[in-house]
Ligand binder design. Structure first.
Ligand code: B12
Length: 246
């Protein structure tokens, strides 16, 4: 299958489920990360696709999954749901060899297998803001400040979930699209969002630093505000309420 056909098929399978798809070349990623993080098993022109979840993924894909009583909810249910979805999608490409990476994939050393925020930026999905780009960095030198990606439509209300690498698909002419700089290079706004993301991410205000077209629903916010160890109980309650309503 050629690039256009693969891209279209991925979009047909994922957009309606609340995901977005962004193609990029392995060389775009490898040329910016430390050698330690490079995806070194692939040729430079190999095509990969970033899969982003938008706010509606929760209602369109996750809730039907979580309310399906045939599913045993054991580990992180969102991760399991996304994994199942990606597996079902790549089954549509029986003739292609596809490697699938997830945001939570770590090496035994606990280092991430892929840096999703860098992928978000190089694929044009969501601009990555970090202290490295500041002329006047006000943060303590010894503080490990995480950078943050902002999506042009969803601000901070999205997640960078997975990368599908089509091992035998090469497309050196893939047009490169820059991510919209939603903060217009305004250093004080970058400092502000880094501050919110690093010092008070629990209050979620980092998600709203630009106007957005959709946020997580109240139900979704309640799920993510629940301590991960209590989320299975939260979902069991939801299943019970759902059964009572049928
Ligand atoms: C490890 C991790 C954590 C650790 C943080 C450890 C730390 N302080 O570093 C912990 C568990 C604490 C954590 C917490 C949270 N995390 Co976290 N985390 C990750 C994870 C798994 C890996 C990040 C990582 O190790 N990066 C490695 C470092 C070295 O990368 P880096 O600093 O960006 O450096 C690279 C770039 O600078 C790049 N680079 C160099 N030059 C250039 C030039 C350009 C132009 C570009 C683009 C890049 C680039 O190269 C460097 C590497 O060599 C990612 C998912 C993933 N697989 O990426 C999620 C992720 C970063 N987390 C995320 C989130 C949302 C959170 C939380 C809010 C909790 C949550 N899940 O809701 C909290 C926030 C806590 C906080 N702010 O303190 C999101 C961020 C989304 C976004 N909008 O940006 C991610 C992407 C997960 C996701 N699925 O979306 N997280």
């Amino acid at each position: 299958m050629d690039f256009e056909t693969i891209y279209e098929l991925l979009q047909n399978n994922l957009l309606e489920s609340g995901f977005e798809v962004y193609p990029f070349l392995i060389s775009w990623y490898n040329s910016v990360v430390d050698p330690l993080f490079r995806l070194s098993n692939y040729d430079d022109d190999t095509v990969a696709f970033l899969i982003v979840s938008t706010p509606s993924m929760f209602e369109k894909t996750f809730l039907p999954y979580a309310l399906d009583v045939s599913k045993d909810l054991i580990r992180d249910p969102i991760d399991c749901c996304v994994k199942e979805k990606m597996q079902s999608v790549i089954e549509r490409f029986p003739e292609d060899e596809v490697d699938v990476l997830f945001d939570y994939d770590l090496w035994p050393t606990r280092r991430a297998k892929i840096i999703m925020q860098t992928v978000g930026h190089v694929s044009g999905a969501a601009c990555f803001y970090s202290r490295q780009q500041l002329q006047n960095d006000p943060f303590p030198k010894d503080k490990n400040m995480m950078g943050i990606c902002l999506h042009p439509k969803y601000g901070g209300w999205f997640a960078l979930r997975s990368v599908l690498i089509f091992k035998t698909l090469q497309y050196p002419l893939l047009p490169r699209i820059s991510p919209p700089d939603v903060l217009n290079g305004d250093e004080s706004l970058i400092v502000d969002v880094l501050q919110r993301f690093n010092y008070c991410w629990q209050d979620g205000t980092y998600r709203n630093v630009i106007p957005v077209i959709e946020t997580y629903s109240t139900l979704q916010q309640s799920y993510f505000q629940t301590n991960p160890t209590d989320r299975l109980v939260w979902l069991a309650d939801l299943r019970r309420m759902n059964n009572e309503n049928v």
